[in-house]
Design a protein around this ligand. Structure first.
Ligand SMILES: [Cu+2]
Length: 268
């Protein structure tokens, strides 16, 4: 994502190799995976907030206090430890998001309740006919470590789909493929690979194993996003979305179970 990073109390120069022409700013819009170099004159002792101005980023922890080494204690903050704990309590706030694609071949959606450590998420694909099937997957996980790369989870997976032609009876590991009929608890983990591809690895209570690779929100153009999913149950999905506004998009996708669909995707 891009982040609108704002530093209180100082103006800074955005160097980035621009030398004499480096612009003077107090806010910089940093692009995904970009590194920026800032330079400023440290001549105002204090405790200055350095934050992302996208407020839900800030509320989920993207803000830190900038102070100088060995500065005189700030008379406005008599108890720095307590102040910092209160500030970082933002990290523990939960936020809710949901989306649903009302498509010609069914409803695809997800809902998630998450803070910087915990993630409770459900996704569903509900066809209009038995041949397209119905499935929902729920994962309750916790990120381990400072970064949100590694998340072990427990899962619950329910799905039913009436067999059609050309059914795939084995998964990639030679196990009976339960992708069309499953009521199982699972243990697994998500790991974020380079290029923001998520590897999901899961073992169900019957011993079946599923590995899955997915990536959402691949930026193609300003309003165009792609996503894909492929797994060892030999399922796959590919979609393209045109963003109409922040809560609405036009989505077209192809899903190995449900076929081709076009729909209106709403998100909150
Ligand atoms: Cu941000």
């Amino acid at each position: 994502m891009r982040h609108s990073m704002h530093l209180h109390g100082h103006d800074f120069r955005l160097l980035n190799g621009q030398g004499e022409n480096a612009p003077l700013k107090n806010n910089v819009d940093i692009m995904p995976m970009e590194t920026d170099t800032l330079e400023f004159n440290a001549n105002v002792e204090g405790d200055w907030f350095f934050l992302c101005h996208i407020l839900y980023h800030m509320m989920s922890g993207m803000g830190r206090v900038l102070s100088y080494e060995n500065q005189t204690p700030n008379p406005l903050i008599p108890n720095p430890k307590l102040a910092q704990r209160k500030l970082f309590a933002d990290d523990r706030k939960f936020h809710f998001m949901a989306e649903n694609d009302f498509a010609t071949n069914g409803n695809d959606g997800m809902a998630m309740f998450q803070n910087t450590r915990w993630s409770i998420g459900t996704e569903w694909r509900l066809g209009y006919i038995d041949m397209h099937g119905y499935e929902t997957e729920t994962h309750i996980g916790r990120y381990i470590g400072k970064m949100q790369w590694f998340m072990p989870f427990i899962g619950f997976d329910w799905r039913y789909r009436k067999f059609g032609h050309n059914e795939i009876e084995k998964n990639l590991f030679g196990q009976t493929n339960t992708k069309d009929n499953r009521t199982q608890v699972s243990l697994g983990f998500n790991y974020t690979l380079p290029m923001m591809i998520t590897l999901q690895s899961e073992v169900y209570q019957d011993g079946n194993v599923r590995l899955q690779l997915m990536r959402e929100d691949i930026p193609i153009a300003k309003r165009l996003r792609m996503a894909f999913m492929v797994n060892t149950d030999k399922e796959y999905m590919f979609d393209i979305r045109y963003i109409i506004n922040k809560n609405m998009g036009l989505r077209t996708h192809y899903d190995s179970d449900m076929g081709f669909g076009v729909g209106l995707a709403l998100n909150f």
